[in-house]
Design a protein around this ligand. Structure first.
Ligand SMILES: Cc1cc2nc3c(=O)[nH]c(=O)nc-3n(C[C@H](O)[C@H](O)[C@H](O)COP(=O)(O)OP(=O)(O)OC[C@H]3O[C@@H](n4cnc5c(N)ncnc54)[C@H](O)[C@@H]3O)c2cc1C
Length: 488
């Protein structure tokens, strides 16, 4: 049996490990932390449960496909709950808008806040669907290592059709008269940690994922997902070693032949799959001759500033997912990506799983996961100094939005900064989605799933193709498995 070492038990690593084990490989996962799941993590304290990373499940079929690959059914492992509304949006002028994958409901909401845009929404969604369907059979189905295949006439026409020299913001402005709707659809750039003012209109495919395919929660919390994958991995014969950081990838004659662990142990293998952040893997786990300037130039995705708030009060105005928009979206992204500074008037996201799931907080209380986009780490922000003031600013802003007495009601609290994301998961500058998609050709700038300069080394996870977000990193695992299977 050929041996594979997977570095990291994030979702990309677990996906690759499961598929490889089911394909007949002897797979060991070596994870630095004490738990599986990487950035999909959780905290439990004082009767409150919080997911500390991903909160929204989309592209459910990608998860089903992984379980089906193992001859299992997703629903036997996870209780998946459809959300309606998917998200509640709040603006400072007190406008509230519920987005639903029931299109008629959403159209009624648009009719209420921006009547001339009802027809524009239908046209927008049709374009989004067309873009998604093209991406699904090209970009999301093939590794970048198969670029020559993608450039065949059969796919090329399609790829050109979804490529765009326009930014997402310009694209959205072309559809919607309402500034509010333009802002709402601009927000989808943040699903891969990018700016709508720089990311190409190709990413206008994301709204179809949510409005067209649906959005879900997992009862018990999103952390149930990595736990289910760990179970599936175990049943598939994968060995997972926790608290087991890799110090170096051993390369002999330009070929990966195993890893050296930080505890001094050596694990030899035929293939190495790095789920550790791809840029960090090149920077720290390989000899510096393999690290290029091109890699250094890849812009990390944004990071996140998170507050976990256990509050002894109900906020009935909240849905499961909520967005409190700032008045100047452009200024926010300029702060994040140009100045590398936290925005002083940020858009705030709150996930309150307690609205859907009584297991998440004590009676009469809410578990608020508060997330604000934050710049990737740099010398421009010292979070040790700034975290407390930024936290105060966010709480005040939420109180102004009508979350009365929020400060007074907090009985459990934890802050997670970009510096924490960087340290805990060894991500490139605390990025939470790998590399950004800011730039017209950014999609083709991700690290390919098969290393170009080290044989038998493969990459999965957010910094690799096809990108960040739970379903996409699962797809990266599928692509790596397909590439490795072709080698034997
Ligand atoms: C706050 C936040 C909100 C998000 N919201 C959503 C959302 O709503 N929906 C969605 O789909 N996605 C969301 N995401 C993104 C999603 O969580 C990630 O894209 C995805 O989980 C990343 O998976 P990955 O495979 O890249 O691995 P990671 O999660 O990055 O895991 C990599 C693993 O490798 C380990 N590792 C690193 N170096 C080493 C080493 N040297 N040795 C051993 N182990 C090592 C790390 O400890 C880690 O466990 C969010 C992320 C965050 C942080």
């Amino acid at each position: 049996m050929k041996k594979v070492i997977v570095i990291g038990a994030g979702l990309g690593g677990l996906s690759a490990a499961i598929r490889l084990a089911k394909s007949g490989f002897d797979v060991t996962v070596s994870e630095k932390n004490e738990t599986v799941g990487g950035k999909v993590n959780s905290v439990e304290a004082d009767g409150y449960k919080f997911d500390t990373g991903a909160s929204l499940l989309t592209m459910r079929h990608v998860f089903e496909d992984l379980f089906n690959f193992c001859g299992k059914r997703l629903e036997d492992y996870l209780e998946i709950v459809a959300l309606d509304p998917i998200c509640r949006y709040f603006w400072t002028d007190r406008t509230v808008f519920d987005a639903s994958s029931n299109i008629e409901k959403t159209e009624r909401e648009i009719e209420r806040i921006a009547p001339p845009d009802v027809g524009n929404f239908a046209r927008y969604l049709a374009d989004s669907q067309r873009k998604y369907e093209i991406a699904e059979k090209t970009f999301l189905a093939h590794s970048l290592n198969d670029l020559p295949k993608l450039l065949r006439p059969k796919y090329l026409k399609d790829l050109l059709a979804i490529s765009s020299l326009k930014t997402l913001d310009k694209h959205n402005a072309g559809y919607f008269q309402s500034e509010k709707l333009r802002q709402l659809f601009n927000r989808f750039a943040t699903y891969n940690g990018s700016s709508p003012y720089e990311t190409p209109a190709t990413f206008a495919l994301v709204p179809f994922v949510e409005f067209g395919l649906g959005a879900w929660y997992v009862r018990g919390g999103i952390y149930e997902i990595p736990q289910a994958l760990a179970k599936l991995a175990d049943e598939s014969g994968v060995k997972i070693r926790l608290n087991c950081a890799v110090e170096k990838i051993i390369v002999e004659n330009e070929k990966a032949v195993g890893v050296l662990l930080e505890n001094g142990e050596t694990l030899r293998s035929d293939f190495v799959v790095a789920n550790s952040d791809a840029i960090e893997t090149y920077r720290n786990l390989l000899d510096e001759k393999f690290f290029s300037k091109k890699l250094e130039r890849r812009e990390p995705s944004c990071s996140g500033f998170v507050l976990l708030l256990g509050v002894k009060k109900k906020f009935p105005q909240l849905a499961h997912h909520n967005i409190f928009f700032s008045d100047d979206y452009k200024a926010e992204f300029d702060a994040l990506f140009k100045d590398l500074r936290p925005a002083m008037n940020p858009t705030i996201y709150i996930c309150a799983t307690s609205r859907t799931d009584e297991t998440q907080s004590p009676d009469g209380c809410e578990n608020l996961f508060v997330l604000v986009n934050a710049p990737y780490t740099s010398e421009k922000t010292d979070w040790q100094i700034e975290a407390k003031n930024y936290r105060d600013l966010i709480i005040k802003k939420l109180e102004n939005f009508g979350l009365e007495d929020l400060e007074k009601s907090i009985e459990f609290e934890r802050i997670i900064t970009p510096a924490d994301f960087e340290k805990k998961y060894r991500t490139n500058r605390g990025s939470i989605y790998g590399v950004s998609s800011n730039g017209i050709f950014s999609a083709f700038w991700r690290v390919p799933n098969r290393a170009k300069n080290v044989k038998n080394l493969y990459f999965v996870g957010g910094a690799t193709h096809p990108g960040g977000g739970m379903p996409l990193v699962l797809l990266s695992g599928k692509m790596a498995c397909e590439l490795i299977s072709r080698e034997v």
